[in-house]
Design a protein around this ligand. Structure first.
Ligand code: EPZ
Length: 439
């Protein structure tokens, strides 16, 4: 078993480099399925386990993937005859691979993709994906845990999404690029990762407009081709380090971070008394001696991101009073609070709100991650807790945070990653820089 061991409390100081966005890289890799000529050359690809799995899904479709994890570049060649089945064991490992369905059925006229499971934070239905694809003329059959999609006549449509689902927007948008005629999708997701996907689709020869607004228009084309693209920076990784600086009375530059991609988080941190300066080099965060409480509600972009909810509850628990966190996007995303209770957190849950009592004197404890962002929240709590904190279930963390231990160490935190054998013997391990773990 592996654990992160942190001795607190620490004040973060220095600057931190942010990777390319996981939640942009994954749909962008799926989009390469659409390119029937030329190669797609990508850079700023985060070397994360989710990205590796998506690469394996593409290889199973007979797509050539070369990933240089050190230079964070990827070259993808999807010009061969593709397979039409996405393997069950990979789709179940990484539910986001459901976004290969739209591009695959648009390219081949047929696709078979395993139903993605739910996960700890919610049942993660895909009804909106399937409803939109059907409106494009795609026949959907669900049986034996698989989705079978057939597109005899892929045509444009006027689609309204009941909820601005990120995945549904991506799946439908990609399928529509090769449909006959025009598609209008209303009430779409507006996340920066949607804009990044639309940008690369247009570089591939698609005609997509309106990304980042609530309506996207697509004019279908015959075929898409290779291109070059650099993945947008990960606003959630950037936001994670902003919160870590804010709660540790730190003084940190988040390199090349963009104010536009984190406005709701930044305005909430300023409300709490955090000093934030937007500079040419990135976003400079200085944490105050005392944080003021503030209420937060997660919403689809441009609202406060649900992927920053767990991290933000640590700041609210540190603050000098009572705060509410209202989670409106996922039905079960407060599991990290049960773990933080072991570190002295006091809270109560009322429906989809958590009422958080601060200030908390966090003390170190053995805790375990329950999902990707919960892992980040537990590490942040460990950074500011008195004593030793051990975080386990690191496979969640490795899905979304590259070299987290090295980055926190560089910011002055007493932190290490160890592997513990059956006899309890601990061996220090480097961050997954040797990338063997990413094989
Ligand atoms: C993406 O998931 C992200 N994942 C999530 O990030 C993020 O939390 C989420 O968007 C919201 O921003 C990737 O991009 C790989 P949704 P996705 O479809 O596309 C309901 C992380 O930590 N819904 O916008 O699955 C659904 O149940 C991860 O990096 C339907 O009801 O999110 C949920 O309540 C976690 N029917 C809500 O919409 C559907 O057909 C948001 O889901 C689809 C979704």
């Amino acid at each position: 078993m592996e654990q992160i061991v942190i001795n607190g409390a620490n004040r973060l100081k220095g600057s931190v480099e942010i990777e390319g966005a996981k939640n942009a890289a994954l749909p962008i890799l799926a989009a390469t399925i659409l390119t029937s000529e030329g190669k797609v050359n990508l850079d700023n690809i985060p070397p994360l386990s989710d990205v590796i799995i998506m690469g394996k899904v593409l290889e199973a479709l007979n797509i050539k993937v070369e990933f240089d994890k050190f230079s964070k570049t990827m070259s993808i060649d999807a010009t061969a005859d593709l397979n039409s089945v996405a393997p069950q064991e990979l789709v179940e490992k990484m539910r986001a691979s459901i976004v290969v369905l739209g591009p695959l059925v648009a390219r081949l006229g047929y696709a078979r993709v395993a139903m993605p499971g739910g996960c700890a934070i919610g049942s993660r239905p895909i009804d909106l994906h399937l409803k939109g694809l059907k409106q494009l003329g795609i026949e959907i059959n669900q049986q034996a845990g698989f989705i079978e999609a057939t597109a005899k006549d892929l045509h444009g449509a006027e689609i309204y999404l009941d909820f601005p689902s990120v995945g549904a927007t991506q799946n439908i948008m990609m399928a529509a690029t090769l449909a006959e005629g025009n598609t209008v999708i209303e009430n779409v997701a507006r996340e920066p990762e949607i804009v990044d996907l639309a940008n690369i689709l247009n570089k591939m020869g698609a005609q997509v407009s309106g990304a980042g607004t609530d309506t996207i228009k697509i004019k279908g084309v015959k075929a898409l081709h290779g291109c070059e693209h650099s993945v947008v920076q990960d606003r959630i990784e950037a936001g994670t380090y902003m919160v870590a600086a804010a709660v540790s009375k730190g003084d940190v530059l988040i390199e090349d971070a963009m104010y536009e991609h984190n406005r709701p988080l930044i305005s909430k941190l300023i409300e709490m008394g955090v000093k934030i300066e937007v500079t040419d080099a990135g976003i400079h965060v200085v944490g105050p001696e005392v944080l003021q409480p503030t209420d937060v509600q997660t919403m689809p972009h441009p609202g406060f991101p649900t992927d920053m909810q767990a991290q933000m509850t640590v700041a609210q628990l540190m603050s000098n009073g009572t705060s509410a966190m209202n989670e409106t996007v996922f039905e079960n995303r407060f599991m990290h609070l049960e773990e933080l209770k072991k570190m002295n957190a006091k809270f109560r849950i009322e429906g989809n709100s958590a009422i958080l009592e601060g200030p908390t004197k966090f003390s170190g404890a053995q805790v375990s991650a329950t999902d990707l962002r919960a892992a980040a929240a537990l590490v942040i709590a460990g950074v500011i807790a008195d004593g030793e904190t051990r975080v386990s279930r690191l496979e969640y963390m490795d899905r979304g945070y590259y070299q987290l231990v090295s980055k926190f160490k560089k910011l002055g935190v007493d932190i290490k990653r160890v592997s513990i054998d059956e006899s309890g013997r601990e061996t220090l391990i480097t961050d997954i820089t040797d990338n063997s773990k990413l094989a």
